[in-house]
Design a protein around this ligand. Structure first.
Ligand code: N2P
Length: 368
């Protein structure tokens, strides 16, 4: 069943993502292109990655194998990652954007081709993750991990009366909660609660989501916008009752403290896949490609997912995954979850008015 879910996730990735083909030479989007960085020394690999998203032992083993140093800086949302990369200054080799910002990065000329012919383990990628619509031919991306977003709680302190977004978006005012510090996730959750697509571009639907979110962040119980690991820690410490969270971040904590639980709200939720990309300014592209190829090794790929508790798109790694992961319903949306739209991939928004509307809603919420 779990594998069926993943397969389906892959199929959906391949089938449902709207692709915006972009010619980087002729289409600007107002962003500046950082100049390629000076040549690196081949001894240090710099990766810009979601927090708590890799097994540190895997990193150490690569350092030892290659006789190099790996430096990992972290981010909590695609938007923060993009802002830092577009600001220039930081010369990373690799990053882990979600599917729905890959084309944005291509247009902003932030990426260089991954050149999968140079990756001897690329054949391990599960079929459903090959040739995704957000990156035809896997020119720029190698799938890294994926997960849905859920609502989490610490059952030792609070047991939700229902599995619904209503717990935070409804009239209840006492439950203390955190939302992800991530615009597409937060606006997507509100849209889903209202019965709309997480990729809505309808002005009325987005206004309704904005109004709902305005009310939500004014509630007594609203604690913060937090990254996934921070939300997990707040649940453990009893600072909040409920937290919107990327499922893997919660399961990392649940493996230690079984009181931590997560569910996918019945109105539906978001899912996205994160990728490894080679940045245009990479000081050490050859070393970066060796790292990506290393991650594609079945044992390495499985070790990463067994540590992070995220979905794994590596066919050869499947038999090596921890049975704990198999038992997690929230980690494994069913075929019906996908077909009913209950679990919906976040896609890139078509350029135009909608992205600006999302930006405005987010800016207003954050500056409340
Ligand atoms: C890791 C969060 C990664 C999932 N902390 C976001 N797509």
């Amino acid at each position: 069943m779990r594998r069926a879910g993943w397969l389906l996730a892959g199929l959906l990735l391949a089938g449902c993502h709207r692709v915006e083909r972009a010619d980087p030479a002729s289409e600007g989007n107002g962003t500046t292109t950082p100049p390629p960085s000076s040549q690196g020394d081949g001894r240090t690999l710099r990766i810009f990655m979601w927090s708590d998203y890799i097994d540190p032992q895997v990193v150490k083993d690569f350092e030892k194998r290659e006789g190099v140093r790996v430096v990992i800086d972290t981010f909590e949302s695609n938007e923060n990652m993009l802002a830092k990369l577009q600001g220039g200054g930081a010369s990373y080799d690799l990053a882990t954007p979600s599917n729905y910002v890959v084309q944005t990065m291509v247009r902003a000329q932030l990426l260089q081709p991954m050149d999968k012919a140079k990756l001897s383990h690329f054949g391990n990628v599960a079929a459903g993750f090959l040739n995704p619509n957000f990156d035809p031919g896997n020119t720029y991306t190698v799938p890294y991990q994926f997960a849905a977003t859920g609502l989490a709680y610490n059952s030792g302190r609070y047991v939700p009366p229902e599995e619904s977004w209503r717990l935070i978006f409804g009239p209840e005012d006492r439950v203390r909660f955190a939302l992800l510090d991530d615009p597409r996730e937060v606006i997507g959750a509100a849209l889903k609660y209202l019965g709309h697509s997480v990729n809505s571009t309808d002005v009325e639907e987005l206004r309704a989501a904005r109004d709902l979110l305005r009310r939500t962040v004014r509630k007594r119980g609203f604690e913060s916008f937090s990254g996934g690991p921070e939300t997990r820690n707040k649940l453990l410490a009893g600072q909040i009752d409920l937290g919107q969270i990327y499922v893997g971040d919660l399961l990392q904590g649940a493996a230690e403290d079984r009181r931590l639980k997560v569910f996918l709200p019945r109105e539906g939720t978001t899912i996205s896949t994160d990728t490894l990309v080679l940045l245009r300014g990479s000081p050490n592209p050859a070393l970066a490609r060796r790292f990506v190829n290393y991650v594609l090794e079945p044992q390495v790929s499985a070790a990463i997912s067994n540590y992070t508790y995220y979905g794994n798109p590596n066919r050869a790694a499947q038999p090596l995954l921890d049975p704990f992961l198999r038992a997690q319903k929230a980690f494994n949306p069913s075929a019906e979850d996908f077909s009913s739209g209950r679990v919906e991939f976040i896609n890139e928004l078509p350029r135009g008015a909608a992205p600006r509307l999302y930006d405005r809603i987010w800016t207003e919420l954050k500056s409340r």
